[in-house]
Design a protein around this ligand. Structure first.
Ligand code: HEC
Ligand code: HEC
Length: 292
């Protein structure tokens, strides 16, 4: 009897420690600040483009703004993208720089709540703090727009605290360590995996919606649609130049233009990259596998 109680107690303590670890909001330095330096704002604006934020956050009622409202269909319901203009009530106007960083890299709201991974924070987790703060500084410099996004339409069992487990299983904050052959490829990897979040669509997921390890960019199913693989095997026929041209205008080596959701990625993101960043993505995706 006694030892049973002891085991129960130990299990209870272990569960408590585990829960505390899972639910404790990551600590962020307090001294982080947004900046209004012109160079920072220009970098922030560019990074927002390379991060594809407007694809999801564009204003449905207030065009050309980040006031949100778009409904993202997924296998887990419809997620309505929030307003990220600096409006104090309906946007992120009241946020500190630390809170912005915690949202972007840890998927946690200002009061510690969990975001759903329909916000690609798992990809953004690998961003440098500097890049994130530059983006936040630029957002804070915009005109505030008042607009409340509708609530998400998700199944009853999909609750925010469950995302704590998802984050652990999905290896949030656990980026793969990799050596790159040169700086161009390294920059390309950062653009592909983190800022440009190409894997959010091109990497297959398991039934929990977690990207499958070891199958990065191997293609995925999204509802009825198939999203092509863009891994080393799939890119066998593509050259550096053909990939570069694709990122600019969407023309594939077989002479066809790409379609579907990739058009938005082209329009809002890759066609607006600097030549150097387009080159970096092309170098990353068309590097040949090492030994074979
Ligand atoms: C694939 C669509 C998508 C992309 C791309 C995207 N977001 Fe979001 N974002 C969302 C969704 C959906 C949410 C709300 C998640 C939730 O409610 O759990 C969100 C939430 C946020 C929040 C929290 C807002 C709040 O009011 O709590 C911030 C800040 C944010 N995104 C910034 C960005 C930035 C900056 C970028 C580009 C680097 C970006 N997002 C790219 C879909 C996206
Ligand atoms: C919002 C989802 C989404 C994101 C993010 C995305 N893609 Fe795509 N991509 C697609 C879809 C869908 C297609 C297939 C379109 C079609 O049916 O023609 C595609 C097609 C492609 C193709 C053509 C493949 C082929 O063989 O036909 C390439 C190359 C590609 N994407 C590269 C990228 C790169 C590089 C990134 C990151 C900068 C990226 N994609 C991000 C959805 C996405």
């Amino acid at each position: 009897m006694k030892s049973n109680k002891l085991i129960l107690l130990l299990v209870g303590v272990a569960a408590f420690v585990l829960a505390a670890m899972l639910f404790a909001p990551p600590s962020i330095q307090d001294e982080l600040e947004f900046s209004d330096d012109a160079g920072t704002l220009a970098r922030g604006e560019y990074l927002m483009t390379a991060g594809g934020c407007i694809s999801c956050h564009r204003g449905i009622e207030h065009e050309q703004t980040f006031s949100g409202g778009l409904g993202l269909e997924s296998n887990f319901g419809t997620f309505h993208v929030p307003n990220i203009t600096p409006d104090a009530d309906t946007g992120i106007g009241g946020w500190s720089a630390g809170e912005f960083l915690r949202a972007m890299k840890h998927g946690r709201g200002p009061s510690g709540g969990f975001y759903f991974p329909s916000f690609p924070y798992r990809s953004y987790a690998g961003l440098t703090d500097e890049d994130v703060l530059d983006m936040g500084s630029w957002l804070m410099s915009l005109e505030p727009v008042r607009h409340e996004s509708p609530a998400h339409e998700t199944p009853w069992w999909l609750i925010r605290p469950a995302v704590a487990g998802w984050n652990v299983l999905a290896g949030l904050n656990d980026p793969p360590a990799e050596e790159f052959e040169n700086e161009l490829v390294e920059r390309g990897a950062y653009l592909a995996r983190n800022l440009g979040h190409c894997g959010e669509c091109h990497t297959p997921r398991n039934s929990l919606g977690i990207p499958i390890g070891g199958r990065e960019f191997a293609g995925a199913e999204l509802g009825e649609d198939t999203i092509e693989a863009i891994d080393a095997v799939a890119m066998e026929e593509w050259t550096f130049d053909s990939f570069d041209l694709f990122l600019l205008i969407g023309l594939k080596p077989d002479g066809e233009f790409v379609g579907g959701d990739m058009n938005e990625v082209l329009e809002y993101n890759t066609s607006k990259l600097t030549d150097a960043d387009r080159d970096a993505l092309a170098a990353f995706f068309t590097r040949r596998r090492q030994e074979d």
